[in-house]
Structures are given as structure tokens and as C-alpha cells.
Design a protein around this ligand. Structure first.
Ligand code: ZN
Length: 98
């Protein structure tokens, strides 16, 4: 999946170049963080035999999900004016109707 480089800016009312604060490689690596439960759930009985360490680790993992989701789902921003740019054509149509 390639990164979106152009989009329609509603404020500039034209096709513009878009940018994101975090690079695509970082966002791809952080997606692995979100898939960690797929690996951890089957081995949960072995990890959780000692709740003194397992519970704080799981709580720290849960605290990290919010910032990771924020980075992974970060919207594109117009390079010219800084406005949020819609991700697909359907959203553009929905926001541009009077
Ligand atoms: Zn713009």
C-alpha cells in the first residue's frame, strides 16, 4: 500500500500535495503493535501464571494503544494551508455538498 501524496483540499478548493507528520515506515511498524494480541492471546495462560508481572504489562500495553492508534490513523494535511485532507473521494463528495 503506497502513501497518499495528493488529495483534494476543501479550503484551497483544488488538488494539492499532502503530508503527514509521521513517516509511513513508522506507521507500518506501529501496526505490528496493534497485532500483538493475536500472538499473545493463545499464549496468555503461560504469560498470566504470574499476575504480578503480567497485569502491569498488559495495563501498559492498553495505555499504549491510544497513542499508537492516533499515529496510525493520522489524517493527511494540505502542504499549502495545513487543512485536513479527506482520504477518499466519497468523503470529499460528502463534505463539499452545500
Ligand atoms: Zn489547502
Amino acid at each position: 500500500m503506497s502513501e497518499q501524496t495528493h488529495g483534494y483540499c476543501a479550503r484551497c478548493e483544488c488538488e494539492v500535495e499532502v503530508e503527514r507528520r509521521h513517516p509511513l515506515s513508522l506507521r507500518r511498524k506501529l501496526k505490528l503493535y496493534l497485532y500483538a494480541p493475536v500472538i499473545l492471546v493463545p499464549v496468555f495462560p503461560f504469560i498470566a501464571f504470574d499476575y504480578v508481572f503480567a497485569l502491569p504489562i498488559f495495563m501498559l500495553y492498553m495505555l499504549g494503544i491510544g497513542p499508537v492508534l492516533m499515529i496510525v490513523r493520522e489524517p493527511a494535511v494540505c502542504c499549502a494551508c495545513g487543512a485536513l485532507v479527506a482520504n477518499n473521494a466519497r468523503t470529499i463528495v460528502a463534505t463539499s455538498t452545500p
